[in-house]
Design a protein around this ligand. Sequence first.
Ligand SMILES: Nc1ncnc2c1ncn2[C@@H]1O[C@H](COP(=O)(O)OP(=O)(O)O)[C@@H](O)[C@H]1O
Ligand SMILES: [Mg+2]
Length: 307
Amino acid sequence: MAKKVTDKKVGVLMGGLSSEREVSLASGEAILKALQEKGYDVVAVDVDRDAAEQLRKLGVGVVFNALHGTYGEDGAIQGMLDVLGIPFTGSGVLASAVGMHKVVSKVMFKAHGLTVGPYAVIGAKERGAVKSLPGDIGFPAVVKPCAEGSSVGVSIVTNQDEFDPAMDVAFRYGDDVLIEKFIAGKEIQVGILGEKALGAIEIVPKEAFYNYRAKYEAGMSDHFFPARIPDAVYRRTLEAGLIAHRALGCRGYSRVDFIVNEGGDIYILELNTLPGMTATSLLPEIAKGVGIPFSDLVEEILRLAVA
Ligand SMILES: Nc1ncnc2c1ncn2[C@@H]1O[C@H](COP(=O)(O)OP(=O)(O)O)[C@@H](O)[C@H]1O
Ligand SMILES: [Mg+2]
């Protein structure tokens, strides 16, 4: 067996307290299995309020973070691990917090020259006064919570009647709601590993957009790797992914979501600091497409955490 990147006990953090708990358990199980097969001393940690105590009791020396969403992806657990002095995979506190907040990250992306579509933010206090779509956005628009994932709370609204109910749904998941212009085009996601953009995959959802079902039910979306866009646009999309990764100061890996329109304009939607990591998730699919098997991807992410 090849030389291991660490002899420490690896704790795979999974589950957790967010709306993406189920997805995280799937990512965590896949990572656990991959590390076991490679001969690592590895243990699953289902994260609850006593996570720090659990890690200490289990003697975990390095963490593979397979959490998604609140506490796991937003810098909270990263801060706890910093305090405990345990190295962990993926981005640190600041990049995680910024990446989780779709509006704060848009500001950073814009500052780094990336193209962001028109948007507006409505806070809970303004909610009552906002009965119609604000500003220059126009229908169709996308209404979403500022800090969720897996398309939880996301709606596409095509007319005024759909606006208010969509706002109610989004406000269930936080104090600020983001309204974006719907960008028509191909949904392209870029996988980043280390300091490299691995490739870009194209998603074609079978429903109106890439919703929860399309993401996690087999056959609810088609994937094309490499994305079916002209070479020059493909290269620019990879570059944009790397710029986004660096703009937020991400570490280790990430997945950056874009819409690329007919004219080759590349709109960034968001960056995921802890993308799905089941064997059939998008980053693993991109890695596989460039010759990196799932278990090697997992091991490389771990190596970057201890390097
Ligand atoms: N502005 C937009 N224009 C077109 N489609 C969008 C837009 N915003 C979101 N979507 C669709 O909704 C999905 C989820 O939105 P996203 O911002 O990526 O949130 P999440 O963090 O839940 O993945 C996207 O993958 C895409 O299919
Ligand atoms: Mg997304």
